[in-house]
Design a protein around this ligand. Sequence first.
Ligand SMILES: [Zn+2]
Ligand SMILES: [Zn+2]
Length: 169
Amino acid sequence: METDDIEAMDTVDDTQPTTPPLMHITLKTGDDGEPVLLSYTPLHSPFCQQISMQEYKEQATSYTQQSVKELKASQEYKRHVERCHSCGVVWYDGHVTQGCKECGGYAMTRECPICRGVCGKRWRRTVDMSHSMADAHWEGECGHKEAAAKLKQLLHIHSITDAMEDLQT
Ligand SMILES: [Zn+2]
Ligand SMILES: [Zn+2]
């Protein structure tokens, strides 16, 4: 009987972002032509062998999600992120530098910029956009229907700054 030994390293698809455990597999071709597993030896540390790669990934993912959630909810994280990259004040603490473009005159929230506060709604700073554009960006909705409709019309003709001025008259 002829025996073909085939040795394969790392049979897991290597396009995966995480490195799969290395293993040493020995196969032979059986009498019926089908491959037969002769030996299987994981090459990674004994610690890693205690759980499967799937279990490891699940544990790592849930651990990461939980810690990211806790981190993002922490005051330290918010104070670190919610700050102005241009002048360095901490928006989270309500600080603003007058004349700083990225601060834009407000900390983390501001009055509605469309009707200039008539609708009473607060808009929230989009921190990522403010940072990347070095210019204050806000998200929210205007509850003042007439002002919003008029602004929409005016936007066809003017820049947003002109439209705001027209709204005042
Ligand atoms: Zn600033
Ligand atoms: Zn409004």
